[in-house]
Write a new protein. Sequence first.
Lengths: 338, 299
Amino acid sequence: MRMPTTELAERSVMAGDGATMVDVSGLNVGFKNAKGLVRAVNGVDLQLKRGEVLALLGESGSGKSVTLRALIRLNPEHKSIVSGRIVVAGTDVTTLAPEAMQDFRGGVASMIFQDPGLALDPVYRVGDQIAETVMRHKKVSRQEARKRALELFERVRIPSPERRLDAYPHELSGGMRQRAMIALSLSCDPQVLLADEPTTALDATVQIQILLLLRELQRDLGLTVIFVTHDIGVAVEVADRIAVMYAGRIVETGPVAEVIRGARHPYTLGLLATRAHGGRLQGRRLRTIPGNPPDLASLPPGCPFAPRCSSVEARCREIEPPLVELGPAHRMRCVLGT
Amino acid sequence: MNLHTPAPPPPIDIAQTVANSPGYWTTVGQRLLRDKVTLFFGAVLLLIVLMAIFAPLIAPADPYKTNIIRRLKEIGFPGHPLGTDQTGRDMLSRLIYGGRLSLFMGVMPVINALIIGGMLGVIAGYMGGAVNSAIMRTMDIFYAFPSVLLAIAISGALGAGIGNAILSLSIVFIPPIARVAETITTQVRNLDYVEAARASGASSLRIIRIHVLSNVLGAIFVYATSLVSVSIILASGLSFLGLGTKPPEPEWGLMLNELRQAIYVNPYVAALPGVMIFMTSLSFNLLSDGLRSAMDLKS
């Protein structure tokens, strides 16, 4: 995906002047399984102001989805161990009672899923699913809830919305389904939107439409968005800031322009180098980062990226990489900066 | 050079396409209508059920009235189109009335098991972990005994009677229904749309009511239909052994037992209750097969 470079600078200035909406610090999430404890997230810090869009970038298994789910306590409770501070929209999520948590999900923070074909119940008409959620959060009649669903369908620009409300998920195209999913997640006026790779399951042409829609909705409704993706192009398209995750840690974070143009962490540099440059470099081998992500059940001491790092030093395998300030909002975890 | 001027695409009336697409149950109905076998046995079953319900209006004679002179008459005897039994009671009337008890004793245990077993299965499947193990391993204990033996053992221990027979059969059918419900619930529980429902604030109860039950009910309902055929046979078997209905009540299984001695005198009449049991059981079985394939839209 092409980068609209001219927009980059102004965008980072525009956003992020409101109250803190997401405040996560020292977040650890582990999953218990037969082998022991899988450390999916290790000491993640995230701060987002109202109206900011953050892209969590990383490959599969880097802990980005788990981080996202931790914000609304969606990880299986009896199988996971969560520690750290999670405050979303002024509410401490970790201490919320189950009933209050249910009001919180959808009402304050809601989520968009990767595959809308799986995230919508196949046996219910999409309009009914939205109406059901509206009725759950706001004490309104079914008729009013339907009206709200229609409004939302118009909002996400589904053509002939009245009839689409009565369609089953399998009768809609992938893009249309994701629009319905977005309508569902916005149905109860959330302040924080968590998007878990919402464009990964879609065609390239539909992807850009959905991204533009999300960006537009975010601006109009003043949403705070955390956008999980493994596609740098997508991250650049939607986000004000990028946080790159590796092995459950944020290795580099900063405004989009700074991270893309002035990346310092070897992993971020590696990711940027792996991008396919359209047709310009046709016939050449794509660059890859050698090796595989580490086993999260038995992390080695020191930097988890060390085994794959091109500029690895002896101390990388011994000490935890320190947090290095590269700019006013640009930080990374690596010994290189010291 | 005019390379390529794409003609404007013809306007597609998307709205029309959407409005015309039928719902799930409409499609199931249409598929059932095309399935002649299922339709036929459905009709047979409907006939048997209607016969049982309207027995007092249909039966030509009193099913309890004995006649010592006209004992064990053959089929086609004047006044008794299907003959008489060992005490001279009209067979046709007794077969019609017999449907009431036989169907009741066949269907009731399955309904009981559907409610209790379904609930246990959904709870086990949804809660998972220790709750699942506790419920499902208890169910497995019942699997250790053959169902007929288990029904006889429970009935025998509790004493003869319709109530005890229904109770024992209910216990026999709870484990298989719970197992089906548990399997489906476990599958549904891990699907994305259940997580999506949780992410939009649905409670566990709400998820079960809205998302799990809609998936579980169809499947266990079809399975229960097939169990009715087994249940009718087992109920008749219990009555045959004297553990269900007591004489002089008309019930197919009991009638079969009572006519046992007449098998050499008048074999066709003696076989009639068996024919009824067979027809009813077969109809339920084929109906269940038909429903299953009609409701499985993937095939």
